[in-house]
Structures are given as C-alpha cells and as structure tokens.
Design a protein around this ligand. Structure first.
Ligand code: NDP
Length: 283
C-alpha cells in the first residue's frame, strides 16, 4: 500500500443489491475536481449484518457512509443523532461520525431531487399539483423537501394503500393538503408533476395507474430510477404526451454532492458529472 492510499479517508455506499451503484464513480469525480484524496467503495452488506457492519466501519476509522435500499430506515434508527430532515423522513441515506464519536444520520435525497427538478431542469414546483408514487424510504425522504417548495397539493399513491395514507396523514396541513391511497384512488384532476418513487423500475415494471388519469398541458414526469434506457414509467409518460420526462440520474448526483459537501466542506460542480455519466451510458 502506498502512503497516498494509507492517508485516504474511507467512505462507502452500502446496500443490497449494490452492484449497480454509480456512487463510487461520482465521488471519485468530485474528489478529483476538488483535489481531495478519498477512498470510496460500494459494499454489499448481508441484510442481517447491517448494524454490525456499520459499527465496525466507524470503529475502524471509516469517515462516512451513503446508505441505499433496503437499509435507509435502519440507518436512521441506529444513529445516535439525526438531522431535522432525517427525522422528518424517518430514513437516512447518509451517516458520519462526529468528533465526539457519535454517529450522525442525515437525508440528502430530498435536496437532491428538488435541486435536480428546480435548478437543473428549471421545473417550477410552487402551486403545482404533485402526484407522488410509492411510500418507501425514497418517498419518505423527499416529501419534506417537496412540501418546502409550496406545491398546491400532493397525492401519495402506493401499491399498499395504508402506507400512503399514513404518510399523507403525517404531512397534510391547511396550507398544503396531502392525501393518499391506492393507485385506483388517484383523483382524476390534472396533474402538473408526477414523480415515480417506487422500485418498479428495478423489475422493468411500472405502478398500475388508472387509464382515467388527467395531465395538465405542462405536466412533467420524473422517475427517481435511472438506467441506460428510459424506464417503463418514463415510456408511459412520454406516450401520454407529458411535456418533459426525466430520470433520477441528476437526483443521484445532487444527493451525492450534498453528502460530499457535508463530509468534505466543499460543494462540487455537478453538471459535468451528470453529462459524463450520461455519455458513458450512451444516453
Ligand atoms: P423501498 O423498498 O423503500 O420502497 C419501494 C416502493 O416501491 C414501495 O412504495 C413499494 O410499494 C413500491 N413497489 C415495489 N414493487 C412494486 C410493484 N411491483 N408494483 C408497485 N409498487 C411497487 O425503496 P426506496 O424507496 O428506497 O427506492 C425506491 C426507488 O427510488 C428505487 O428505484 C431507487 O433506486 C430509487 N431511488 C433513487 C434515488 C436517486 O438518487 N435517484 C435515491 C433513492 C431512491 P409497497 O409499499 O406496496 O411495497
């Protein structure tokens, strides 16, 4: 091992599965851009071993972790402290150890999604009617950031309706009504923004949305999933004449940029990283 490798701060993204992760490529691009030496690995952790693995990583001097499916709720639970946005989500995609040795949980997914939609894509969210599909860790993570953009209303639709209803009850307010239910209960009003936060893309499927759905003339569709080809949800939205359709690659890079900033104190430039990832995937 060279001196440079010995001095590198250790980071990782942990999940199960993890083989698809672009996070090591993204973080090494950020490190190169900001002249920092870091060691960032993708690690497959057995479902039963997560808490023990995290503890050992930090005990052995690891600096920070990103956490992905299916561990985000457990990452939040195991932490000694959580930031307000992780508490709001009840899920964490970010862990670090502070100087006193406490494990701190944060959630950068909401910041990543909203930055990609509002800054990179220039999609306005204020006063829009948002249909949010899914009620898992990713959706819980992004709801606070979406509501901070002051949409007109949000409907959360999920295969298991109870989970959507519980989420809606937790977030609804006089200022911004949030309701929830199954896909067959999606109101027939004209949606301005439809966000797919389900994991259906991983199995090349899409949520069972009703045929009766209506779209506003400027309706935009965002899939948090990403890959070489458009997801079934993106194809579905394009076929219905939705004005703009985006995948979640920009969200991935933006949530990583926020993580990098929290760990390293420098905010990396993201546009060139998204472009080079798209070029590498042939997109
Ligand atoms: P979870 O496992 O926590 O939640 C999965 C969600 O998908 C649940 O709402 C589940 O419904 C739903 N679902 C799963 N299979 C089906 C199906 N066959 N039909 C309908 N609904 C289904 O996953 P996450 O929330 O962590 O991740 C969701 C997606 O978001 C993934 O594709 C992930 O890659 C992506 N993501 C992207 C990020 C990015 O940076 N671009 C960041 C975070 C996530 P039910 O409750 O009924 O089980």
């Amino acid at each position: 091992m060279t001196n440079t490798q010995m001095l590198r701060d250790r980071f990782a993204v942990v999940g199960n599965p993890i083989g698809h992760s672009l996070s090591p490529t993204i973080h090494s691009a950020f490190a190169q851009q900001t002249n920092q030496a870091i060691d960032y690995q993708a690690v497959l952790v057995a479902v039963d071993d997560f808490e023990q693995w995290v503890q050992q990583f930090f005990d052995e001097g690891g600096h920070g972790l990103n956490v992905t499916l299916p561990f985000k709720t457990r990452a939040f639970t195991l932490a000694d402290q959580a930031t307000p946005r992780a508490q709001a989500a009840g899920a964490a995609n970010f862990l670090m150890r502070d100087e006193a040795g406490s494990i701190i949980a944060d959630n950068t997914d909401g910041k990543g999604l909203v930055t990609d939609m509002t800054v990179n894509a220039d999609w306005p969210l204020r006063d829009t009617r948002i249909l949010l599909l899914g009620a898992g860790g990713a959706v819980r993570g992004v709801i606070p950031a979406l509501l901070a953009e002051a949409p007109h209303c949000v409907f959360v639709a999920n295969r298991t309706p109870d989970r959507a209803q519980q989420l809606a009850q937790a977030w609804t307010s006089d200022a911004i009504p949030v309701s929830g239910g199954g896909y067959h209960e999606v109101p027939t009003e004209a949606w301005d923004v439809i966000i797919n936060g389900t994991s259906t893309g991983l199995s090349n499927e899409m949520p069972a949305l009703p045929e009766s759905m209506a779209f506003s003339p400027l309706c935009r569709a965002y899939d948090m999933a990403y890959g070489r080809a458009p997801t079934p949800f993106m194809a579905w939205a394009s076929a219905r004449g939705v004005a703009e359709v985006l995948d979640g690659l920009g969200m991935l890079v933006e949530q990583a940029a926020e993580s990098f900033f929290l760990w390293r104190g420098e905010y990396p430039e993201t546009t060139s990283v998204v472009s080079s990832l798209r070029a590498a995937s042939g997109g």
